[in-house]
Design a protein around this ligand. Structure first.
Ligand code: HMG
Ligand code: MG
Length: 298
């Protein structure tokens, strides 16, 4: 049975831009996010309070977060790797903090310079401090379906990290297909195991569309009751510390599929496509989104 309603976590301004060689200007980032917040999206991951040396494209996180025209009812989130990041995110008035780590050791180390065991207490501390400051916490498990360095990732390792996040303050965990290798059968296996432990509303899926499987994976997950999906306007995205990672599934493609399936998203597709067109024109290159390229056609 399909859910009647699905929730989109728009990650374009963070995941979509973190890997761009020519960073979008601060004013354009703000204008894009403000357009996104008027499409009906209820959730936008706006930036990252990570080290600007590691992710130069988001070095203007504070200016972006402070410059937004905050729309009531929209949750403005940001990625936070450590206590320093949390301090900055709180100062910027972020509503929800996204903590993150990987299911595979090598990606974790290359992305945040620590082993998984060293990362767990940092994540727990940030989550607790964020909650004491009245913020909600979301957790990411990267490389949940495959690692650019190690290849296959054990489902038990994914479950262990998911358990840790959900037991340490995260209200929702997003399983990241960092390099876009998952296929529907693999997603089903992971969900069978996780849905035996947690209700569907504590799980989300985050597909990079490297091999064109993202919508198939989402369609399969919907049939298992999952209703929370990360997506990026225009299909922008990628992780600089995951060689081969390409864009996230495009938000407009997900919204198109969901609405044609009769699943409510609350998002206006024409406005979303306009927002994708805006960022495409500012970046000055063709973006991977299908909906954007099909704009105006019947
Ligand atoms: P490190 O170099 O080990 O950290 O980096 P450090 O604590 O030794 O600090 C080094 C310097 O960075 C110091 O400055 C700190 O002050 C500064 P210095 O004294 O040398 O001038 N620093 C900071 N500055 C601002 N904000 C901070 C911060 N922390 C330290 N928060 C660190 C460790 C975690 C900071 C670094 O590895 C990092 O920032 N990594 C982030 C990498 C990243 O953002 N990757 C992409 C996001 S994850 C992703 O895309 C996957 C996802 O989409 C899901 C999926 O697809 O799977 C979520
Ligand atoms: Mg990602």
């Amino acid at each position: 049975k399909l859910p009647g309603r699905a929730w989109i976590r728009e990650v374009g301004p963070r995941d979509g831009l973190q890997n761009e060689p020519e960073p979008l200007g601060t004013e354009d980032k703000i204008a894009w996010i403000d357009r996104l917040s008027s499409t009906g999206l209820g959730y936008i991951e706006t930036t990252s309070f990570v080290s600007p040396r590691w992710i130069p494209a988001l070095a203007d996180a504070m200016e972006v977060a402070r410059g937004l025209r905050r729309r009531p009812g929209v949750v403005y989130a940001a990625l936070v790797p450590n206590a320093r990041g949390l301090e900055r995110a709180l100062e910027a008035g972020i509503d929800e903090v996204s903590v993150f780590l990987s299911a595979s050791e090598t990606h974790n180390r290359s992305n945040i310079n620590k082993s998984i065991a060293e990362t767990l207490p940092v994540v727990a501390e940030v989550s607790e401090a964020a909650r004491s400051a009245g913020r909600t916490v979301r957790g990411y498990v990267s490389t949940a379906f495959g690692c650019p360095y190690e290849g296959k990732v054990k489902l038990d390792d994914v479950v262990r990290v998911t358990d840790f996040l959900l037991e340490n303050g995260a209200s929702e965990v997003s399983l990241g297909d960092t390099i876009g290798v998952a296929i529907p059968r693999q997603v089903e296996e992971a969900l069978e195991k996780l849905l035996a432990r947690y209700p569907a509303d504590r799980l989300a899926l985050h597909f990079h569309d490297t091999r064109g499987m993202a919508l198939a994976n989402i369609a399969g997950a919907l049939r298992m009751g999952i209703a929370r999906f990360d997506a990026s306007t225009g299909g922008l995205g990628g992780c600089p510390y995951a060689p081969g990672a390409s864009g996230n599934v495009a938000t407009e493609d997900v919204v198109h599929m969901l609405s044609e399936m009769g699943i409510e998203t609350g998002v206006s597709l024409p406005e979303l496509i306009d927002a994708a067109g805006f960022v495409q024109s500012k970046l000055g290159k063709r973006l991977p989104s299908r909906g954007l390229q099909a704009r105006g056609r019947r």
